[in-house]
Design a protein around this ligand. Structure first.
Ligand SMILES: N[C@@H](CCC(=O)N[C@@H](CS)C(=O)NCC(=O)O)C(=O)O
Length: 235
């Protein structure tokens, strides 16, 4: 038997809070098990968390039970367990050297870029979950473009391959799925943003990422839970 740490990630079978985590593991070719859960609908229309709530949430030894969760099972059988999607992501960034050149300033830059991308993702949740998606659609495009403008200017100013320099960092893994989510709603989302368009294409073309995107481990939809006004179902 191989003497390796085994990684497990658990989440609903949707992309929103877990895709950035999976992309790091895929890109770094780290074997991991994904434990995917589905929400179940009662005859009266209400949604339940199913297996997660019934059998897992409070019996896994998680200090702050939630999903996504992340487990490292060490060769001696002991386990390191955590929740919080951004804490998991940052842990992977430190573990797999995706936090910049080692200086405090570069790590701060990576954090800042990541947090702006995270704001775009929160905006996406506000856009897509509550009833009334169709009415919000035009307004949210303008709001999102405000943030895209800054990313485009930043990439132009620095002339680097990736967001925080010529080496890929967590910031790139955070932004790519968010751009991908928006592009499913607004197919022309990146028209007028040549640098971001190039960024998105070159990330998708990383061989390990391209392999993941064309595998049955990946599906563009669903992004959200089934009760979201948009993005909850495979279409
Ligand atoms: N701050 C947490 C929020 C996680 C969260 O809200 N998870 C939702 C799905 S996106 C959930 O249904 N968690 C399961 C639960 O609350 O039991 C994170 O970023 O991981």
């Amino acid at each position: 038997m191989e003497n390796k740490t085994e990684i497990t990630v658990g989440y609903f079978k949707v992309r929103i809070y877990v895709e950035h985590i999976k992309l790091v593991l895929e890109c770094k070719q780290i074997p991991y098990t994904f434990e995917g859960y589905i929400k179940e609908q009662l005859p009266d229309g209400r949604w339940l968390g199913g297996e997660w709530y019934l059998n897992k949430k409070n019996s896994m030894g998680l200090d702050f039970p939630n999903m996504p969760y992340y487990i490292e099972k060490r060769p001696d059988g002991s386990e390191f367990k955590m929740t919080e999607s951004m804490a998991i992501f940052r842990h992977l960034g430190r573990k797999f050297s995706l936090y910049g050149d080692g200086s405090l300033e570069h790590a701060a830059l990576v954090d800042m870029l990541m947090d702006v991308a995270l704001e775009l993702r929160f905006m996406f949740v506000d856009l897509t979950y509550p009833p009334g998606f169709a009415q919000r659609k035009a307004e949210y495009l303008i709001r999102a473009q405000g943030k895209l403008d800054n990313f485009e200017k930043f990439l132009n100013k620095n002339g680097t391959k990736w967001l925080a320099g010529n080496e890929i960092t967590l910031a790139d893994f955070m932004l790519w799925p968010v751009l991908d989510f928006y592009q499913l709603i607004y197919p022309d989302f990146l028209t007028g943003y040549p640098k971001l368009k190039e960024f998105k294409e070159q990330f998708s073309a990383i061989p390990q990422i391209a392999a993941y995107l064309s595998s049955d481990k990946f599906s563009s939809l669903p992004i959200n839970s089934p009760y979201a006004d948009w993005g909850g179902q495979k279409v």
